[in-house]
Design a protein around this ligand. Structure first.
Ligand code: PEP
Ligand code: MG
Length: 325
């Protein structure tokens, strides 16, 4: 089956009735490019920059970051490259950056929270990103956003950095799209306001499930309770897509939920524009999307949204899986 799936890698993910789901990839380092053909993807939907910070003994300089972002943008040859600002802390410690032990690391000093409190770190990364933006189609993605204030604060820093760069003679595009991860549940209750202030959104289901269900994503004692198929997660995914559509904001899912081909069909039915997954999942997603209709996917969505239990959602997903494979 896996071999026959590979035949779908070069095809676009277009349903039988012509709806298209963009298939982007999650990347951590330049090494990832050895594992897939960029011509088979629509872009990088998530570059996790923390790996550039992790595999070393001190913070990377602006210049080192610029060189890496530029290489990614060049390698993607005009396709969208979505670079996430540093998302360390919580489950991703940095060996050379000791923080005092926290009682609840997942709720603590992590992601954008660190960068907003530590302007030097944030500015160096944003400078590197904006410099690379002149070489291709780059977008900036903010992790762990919990409020509109944080979006505004980050946007202000990015604008200031852009102005400084231009004063110093760098060629920086007038506007670089700024998007956010939807992974902190507070945003679910202010979606119209959020959509009015961002250029795109990407749902991080790994953290969203953790925070929505109050279940640690890395604790094996509660692994059974970590259920991406919880009806609350389905509703959250639906509400994000609906609010994004209403505002004309492109929306994507870059958490692990999207890597299941059946879930990709569900996301197409919900109205998501794209999924972003580890490169080896792309062929199976294309296979599934090419075998469904968007009408069928929407019926499937209605069925799923009526489920009141995880078990019900799982059974509905199972029926769809049988239809598709
Ligand atoms: C997520 O939270 O779903 C996500 C994509 O980010 P990470 O797994 O890097 O936290
Ligand atoms: Mg996350």
């Amino acid at each position: 089956r896996r071999l026959s799936m590979l035949a779908y890698a070069p095809e676009p993910a277009v349903s039988l009735d012509g709806a298209r789901l963009r298939c982007e990839v999650n990347i951590e380092s330049m090494r990832d490019f050895e594992t897939f053909d960029v011509a088979h993807t629509d872009g990088v939907g998530l570059l996790r920059t923390e790996f550039l910070y992790m595999e070393r003994s001190s913070f990377p300089s602006e210049e080192e970051q610029y060189r890496m972002y530029r290489r990614v943008v060049e390698t993607m040859a005009g396709r969208t490259v979505t670079i996430r600002t540093l998302d360390v802390g919580g489950d991703k410690p940095l060996p050379y950056f000791k923080v005092p032990p926290e009682p609840n690391p997942a709720l603590g000093w992590r992601g954008l929270r660190i960068q907003l409190q530590w302007p030097d770190l944030f500015q160096a990364q944003v400078r590197a990103m904006l410099r690379a933006a002149s070489e291709g189609n780059l977008r900036i993605l903010l992790p762990m956003v919990g409020s509109l204030e944080q979006v505004r604060q980050a946007r202000r820093v990015i604008q200031e950095v852009g102005e400084n760069l231009r004063e110093q003679g760098y060629d920086v595009p007038e506007s670089v799209p700024l998007g956010i991860m939807i992974e902190v549940p507070s945003l679910l209750f202010v979606l119209p306001q959020v959509m009015a202030e961002v250029d795109f959104v990407s749902v991080g289901t790994n953290d969203l499930v953790q925070y929505l269900l109050a279940v640690d994503r890395d604790n094996s004692w509660v692994a059974r309770l970590y259920q991406p198929t919880d009806p609350a997660v389905m509703r959250a995914l639906e509400q994000v897509a609906t609010a994004a559509k209403a505002a004309g904001v492109p929306c994507s899912v870059c958490g692990d939920v999207a890597s299941d081909p059946v879930a990709a069909v569900l996301l197409l039915g919900l109205g998501y524009d794209s999924v972003s997954v580890a490169p080896h999942f792309v062929p199976a997603i294309k296979f599934a999307v090419r075998r469904c209709t968007v009408e069928g996917a929407r019926r499937f969505v209605r069925e799923l949204l009526e489920c009141s239990t995880t078990e019900g959602v799982k059974q509905a997903l199972g029926r769809m899986r049988e239809q598709l494979f």
